[in-house]
Design a protein around this ligand. Structure first.
Ligand SMILES: Nc1ncnc2c1ncn2[C@@H]1O[C@H](COP(=O)(O)OP(=O)(O)OP(=O)(O)O)[C@@H](O)[C@H]1O
Length: 255
């Protein structure tokens, strides 16, 4: 069984079919791209996967489990984490608190032990602090641990958002335009980071991105959406040379 199986998924908003008859499969550890013009339906796919929207039709199976009706926090607990096109951090909390919240979503100690401040609560807290610091080190943010998130430069906020998503220990990470607003050097560093994360954390990644150097550089397979429908899928080379994709999205200059 694939890690994720999207089967004939559709979503309508009134008369608009934002996603139409979508079929996608992702296996363990794959790095997959989802590209297409503005308004093609890419973020809607993420919202369908993460329980923000209910599908109009079709199904999503993740680790063989039917995801229908799950709330976003239940989707996170089941092992799928995401970042957002417009960064969504807890902007008034510190950097480390942002990551610890993610671990709390997965915490092993009970609410009762937290309430009663039992030893298991303190052990859990210490463990979380340690793990959160480790993550911050990986993302080169350990010196910023006690800074308020909103005071970080843009590129660091993006990295923190990815770190926080990883704190929930996902098997599938959904990245929505992680390179948006980054300069070429930051985008290049992000490319290496994405590759490294996949290996280090042993997870699959589904990446929405308009920066073609990033998508073509890291993805093994790419799905192309246009008007809510998949118009092509294949390796980066196949996608670059697909006439339908060139016409709908890439233009002549990429070829
Ligand atoms: N909650 C909503 N209500 C009504 N229409 C919506 C809603 N969410 C998305 N849409 C519409 O669905 C279509 C797909 O939008 P979506 O944001 O998924 O596209 P996208 O491919 O992510 O675009 P972009 O690359 O610009 O982020 C658009 O026409 C959008 O206006």
């Amino acid at each position: 069984m694939p890690l994720l199986k999207i089967d004939k998924l559709s979503k309508s908003f009134g008369g608009l079919k934002a996603v139409s008859n979508l079929n996608i499969e992702i296996n363990d550890g794959e790095l997959i791209g989802l590209i297409g013009p503005n308004g093609a339906g890419k973020t809607t796919v993420f919202n369908l996967l993460t329980g923000v929207y209910e599908p109009t039709e079709g199904s999503v199976k993740f680790q063989s489990k039917d995801m229908r009706g799950l709330k976003p926090y239940q989707v996170t607990q089941s092992g799928m984490a995401r970042t957002f096109q417009n960064i969504r951090l807890f902007s008034d909390l510190t950097v480390i608190e942002n990551v610890k919240i993610a671990y709390h979503q997965r915490s092993s100690y009970s609410t009762l032990s937290a309430f009663l401040r039992l030893p298991s609560y303190y052990a859990g807290e210490e463990e979380m602090q340690r793990k959160a610091m480790e993550l911050l080190k990986i993302f080169n943010l350990e010196d910023k641990a006690e800074e308020v998130a909103k005071n970080l430069p843009y590129g660091e906020q993006r990295r923190l958002e990815i770190a926080r998503a990883l704190g929930t220990e996902p098997k599938l990470l959904l990245l929505d335009e992680p390179a948006a607003g980054m300069n070429p050097q930051e985008t290049h560093d992000l490319m290496n980071l994405i590759r490294w994360i996949r290996q280090q954390f042993n997870l699959a990644i589904l990446l929405i991105e308009h920066d073609m150097s990033l998508v073509m550089g890291v993805c093994e397979r790419i799905y192309v959406l246009d008007y809510g429908m998949i118009i092509a899928q294949g390796t980066p080379d196949e996608i670059k040379n697909n006439p339908k994709v060139i016409e709908a999205y890439l233009g002549e200059e990429v070829v």
